[in-house]
Ligand binder design. Structure first.
Ligand code: NAD
Length: 292
């Protein structure tokens, strides 16, 4: 290269490097997010990820104590004015409507809706009582329906589009031993997301799904006895169960709430502006192997 040209390129690279070091504008600045199950493992980690990109976040949950604790934790980490909480039972129509209204009242609307509140539910088919079946359907399928319907109305009224993300499960696509109600409810969530995507598209409202595989860290579901139940179902110890989840995945890696939150962020943000009716499996490569 002629000397001057080489100098110019070097100078340009230097300027470029300086630009790279500039703090990047936050991708969700000015956005308002509503997260159900916000007091839980995946929900609170999702809130943290969205807050880190500049969103205001309302955590909605039925568990008042955990909600307070998470709200304090996130307010300390960010600022109190970007974190709000509301008590919400996703199976109760009035409670859902009030929680969604509270989000609009506190922050002035809703751009991102993460439907994530959930429970574990396991029993062999023959032992699945109608009570267990109905409870599972109520919290998962019906809860996701009520929350997305009410959030959809707010987004439609705002007339600026929006992003709805369902946290379903790999069990929305494949079956696991002794979890017929859970698998059915999660399958319904996946199918509901497609219906929402279809009706939302003309309005610029996207709807996508993140399917976690087993996320043991931070999950209240797992820490409240489900780990033992699953271990018993597979006739192994809890440690062996954890290792089985790791070993059965193609990558031989565990999945953490942070991994799920990252995929939720992708769908929540404009990075995925061309995606709707889509699914990301965050499972370290388990779903394609369909072993258990
Ligand atoms: P978690 O128990 O830590 O969080 C779930 C939250 O939902 C809790 O805070 C709970 O209080 C709340 N909740 C339960 N019932 C509710 C109701 N009726 N109304 C409002 N809130 C309610 O569990 P998590 O692991 O963070 O699970 C989040 C979602 O991810 C669930 O939908 C779950 O099915 C799904 N999921 C989890 C795993 C996993 O292994 N952890 C795997 C696949 C899918």
């Amino acid at each position: 290269l002629p000397e001057q040209e080489a100098f110019d390129i070097e100078y340009w690279l230097l300027e470029e490097a300086k630009l790279q070091r500039q703090p990047k504008p936050k991708s969700l600045a000015g956005r308002i997010a509503f997260v159900t199950g916000g007091a839980g493992g995946i929900g609170s980690e999702t809130a943290r990820r969205l807050l880190s990109e500049g969103a205001c976040v309302m955590l909605a949950d039925i568990d008042a104590k955990s909600l307070d604790a998470k709200s304090k934790e996130l307010s300390d980490e960010f600022t109190a004015d970007v974190v709000r909480t509301t008590l919400c039972n996703v199976t109760d129509e009035k409670s859902v409507t009030e929680a969604i209204e509270a989000c609009s009242a506190e922050f002035g609307g809703m751009d991102i809706l993460v439907s994530n509140a959930g429970i574990a539910s396991s029993a062999p088919l023959e032992d699945t009582t109608l009570k267990l079946w109905n409870r599972t359907m109520d919290i998962l399928s019906t809860g996701y329906f009520l929350v997305s319907r009410e959030g959809f109305k707010v987004m439609k009224a705002q007339n600026i589009g929006g992003s709805i993300v369902f946290v379903a499960s790999k069990n929305g696509l494949v079956a696991s031993t002794g979890a017929s109600a859970y698998c059915t409810a999660k399958g319904a969530e996946v199918q509901l997301s497609r219906a929402v995507a279809l009706e939302g598209a003309p309005l610029g409202i996207r709807c996508n799904v993140v399917n976690p595989d087993a996320v043991l860290k931070g999950s209240k579901i797992w820490n409240s006895g489900w780990k033992k139940e699953r271990a018993d179902a597979y006739k192994m110890s809890e440690l062996e169960l954890e290792d089985m989840y790791r070993q059965r995945s193609l990558l031989k890696r565990s999945v953490f709430p942070e991994d799920i939150a990252e995929a939720i962020y992708f769908f929540a943000s404009d990075v995925s502006s061309k995606s709707t009716g889509n699914i990301i499996n965050v499972d370290a490569g388990h779903a394609p192997s369909f072993t258990r």
